[in-house]
Design a protein around this ligand. Structure first.
Ligand code: NAD
Length: 349
């Protein structure tokens, strides 16, 4: 089997590539990534030497390039993760999100459909999406696969749109697709613009920890390694045309998570208790900030037998240990453009 993973140099994509290369040494995995600020080949150093791995630099907004790539390699399956993924950036530059997340997805659907014309037997197009497409919850309830879409940010609107296009290619052309919508991921190799690695890095550097509003927004968190195992289960066992929610049944109010992270960091860095928490700075809330996400992943657990492997507290400890043990990686990704971005996003706060 030859699988195309898009966005394989990013955070989740690199874990998916690693998982497939290690679990299925008889598969060939081609990683297609344009290497935006979020794509980093250093995320794959430990597996890039494998003979069944290939990297191709390319942009999914380029339809002709994709068509040629599919003609050359005749992939059996696609696991599509390439995306612009950061909500704050989507508020600042929404068009890039439409180009990559919507147009890029449609280009990939077209390339797969053309390449597989004649027979879809044994083929699969797997689109990775987010729980943010469902909008915001009050204090009660959970998102299920039947929850109506209600995206609020340019990021979630672009992902919702791409989900609809993927379903349309299934319903209109019969393309064999599956979709999953996952909650917030955490773990190694995450670009430090997202909450957990941003705060680990800031605590390390003794910089302020910018908390939106009062820190009362609630998110469900899943260890990225468990997301990769769920993707494996859905890629192999998921039913054509179906959607699966993925989550950790692990809701945390932002401020509670941040205080836990601060405690772990104080311990690991041998600082005084409370030293990290003293860096917390409340900043103006993000526009259109959804209050609560909670995801019901019982369909995936019931039908495909998937379960998260680790408790959050343990996963967070491992994650902190990874970033502190890989400070060169953090220094590399936080040099150059990152500094300009950081200044622009947080200097005014
Ligand atoms: P990321 O930003 O870390 O990685 C995205 C990757 O896509 C990068 O390697 C980037 O270089 C590549 N890319 C961007 N534009 C491209 C283009 N035009 N052509 C080719 N490659 C391009 O993102 P992530 O956090 O790893 O998320 C991966 C996927 O999972 C996304 O589709 C995202 O919507 C989804 N998702 C993420 C989370 C999360 O918590 N991070 C949760 C649920 C779903």
């Amino acid at each position: 089997m030859h699988i195309l993973v898009t966005g394989g140099a990013g955070f989740i994509g690199s874990h998916v590539v690693r998982h497939f290369l290690r679990t299925y040494p008889d598969y060939t995995v081609t990683n297609l990534d344009s290497l935006t600020y979020a794509g980093n080949l250093a995320n794959l150093r430990d597996v890039e030497h494998r003979p069944n791995y290939r990297f191709v630099k390319g942009d999914i907004t380029d339809a002709l390039f994709l068509e040629r790539l599919f003609e050359e390699f005749r992939f059996d399956g696609v696991i599509h993760l390439a995306a612009e993924s950061h909500v704050d950036r989507s508020i600042a530059s929404p068009v890039e999100f439409v180009m990559t997340n919507v147009l890029g997805t449609v280009n990939l659907l077209n390339a797969a459909r053309r390449c597989w014309a004649g027979s879809f037997e044994g083929k699969r197009f797997y689109h990775i999406s987010t729980d943010e497409v469902y909008g915001s919850l009050g204090s009660e309830g959970m998102f299920t696969e039947e929850t109506a879409y209600d995206p609020h940010s340019p990021y979630s609107a672009s992902k919702a749109s791409s989900d609809h296009f993927v379903r349309a290619w299934h319903d209109t052309y019969g393309l064999p697709i599956v979709i999953s919508n996952c909650s917030n991921n955490y773990g190694s190799y995450q670009f430090p613009e997202k909450l957990i690695p941003l705060f680990i890095n800031n605590i390390r550097m003794k910089k302020p920890l910018p908390v939106y509003g009062k820190g009362e927004n609630v998110r469900d968190w899943l260890w990225v390694v468990d997301h990769a195992s769920a993707i494996d289960a859905i890629f192999h066992e998921g039913v054509d045309g179906e959607t699966y929610n993925i989550g950790g049944h692990n809701e945390w109010k932002n401020i509670d998570l941040i205080l836990l992270l601060c405690r772990i960091m104080d311990e690991k860095l041998a600082r005084e208790p409370g030293e990290s928490a003293a860096l917390i700075t409340y900043v103006t809330d993000r526009a259109g900030h959804d209050l609560r996400y909670a995801i019901d992943s019982s369909k995936l657990q019931r039908e495909l037998g998937w379960e998260p492997s680790i408790r959050f507290e343990e996963g967070l400890e491992k994650t902190v240990a990874w970033y502190l043990g890989n400070q060169e990686w953090l220094d590399q990704v936080t040099s150059g453009d990152y500094r300009d971005y950081y200044e622009k996003m947080y200097a005014a706060s």
